[in-house]
Design a protein around this ligand. Structure first.
Ligand SMILES: [Ca+2]
Ligand SMILES: [Ca+2]
Length: 219
């Protein structure tokens, strides 16, 4: 009877703590305004707490628009006109603190092309030291083919030593030749495994205690 109770406890702890909490969306989202419902800024640093837009100027735009939200009232809308060497995008810095080296991190979201358009995008994480204001390294660009209905993208990476901040970047460009492209992005998420909200610390502690008890009994 005792071992049966411990089996149930083990199962309950395992289901609650391991697979579910390892999934990327179960870690707290470290981005501000992940659904692009606020205002896109073009005013330089700081880049924490708001989205910063950038574009090539002529025939290129970055904006929060109400044309194609996936959720809420707005999404990020990026446009480049029918010329080569144009670009448009947005980024935000998310600070997660020093000491996370080796932890898994994810930048995910949803995107779609305007019907009839073609071309891809460039999605990446730039790892930074926010104190020294330097870039440590960056992930290769994720360059998915985008469909005309909202699909999820995920850039997954390991936090490098020396980084305490991530600059998440979403951009479109026509450096390879003329495009006429309109892309919508919504519901983005950046999280680092093991960087919880304060409220999550109590749950993590319970998981450690729960997993420790049955393993000692089985010896
Ligand atoms: Ca939205
Ligand atoms: Ca700004």
């Amino acid at each position: 009877m005792k071992s049966f109770k411990f089996s149930l406890l083990t199962v309950a702890v395992a289901v609650f703590c391991s697979p579910a909490m390892a999934a990327h969306l179960d870690n707290p989202n470290l981005l501000t305004d992940p659904s692009f419902e606020g205002t896109l800024t073009f005013d330089g640093p700081p880049f924490v707490g708001t989205w910063e837009g950038f574009n090539a100027g002529v025939s290129s735009t970055s904006e929060f628009s109400t044309d194609m939200p996936r959720t809420g009232a707005q999404s990020l809308e990026l446009n480049i006109g029918p010329d080569a060497n144009l670009f448009a995008g947005a980024f935000q810095d998310a600070n997660f603190g020093f000491g996370a080296a080796g932890a898994m991190a994810w930048f995910s979201g949803w995107h779609k092309l305007a019907a009839g358009d073609s071309g891809g995008s460039e999605i990446r994480i730039e790892w930074r030291d926010s104190v020294a204001n330097t870039e440590i390294s960056r992930t290769p660009n994720l360059a998915p083919v985008i469909g005309s209905t909202y699909e999820e993208f995920i850039v997954s990476a390991t936090v490098p030593a020396g980084a305490n901040s991530a600059r998440v970047v979403y951009a479109i460009q026509s450096f390879g030749g003329a495009l006429n492209q309109q892309v919508f992005v919504d519901d983005v998420n950046f999280n680092v495994q093991g960087v919880p909200e304060p409220a999550s610390l109590a749950i993590a502690g319970l998981c450690l205690v729960g997993l420790a008890i049955p393993s000692r009994r089985h010896r």
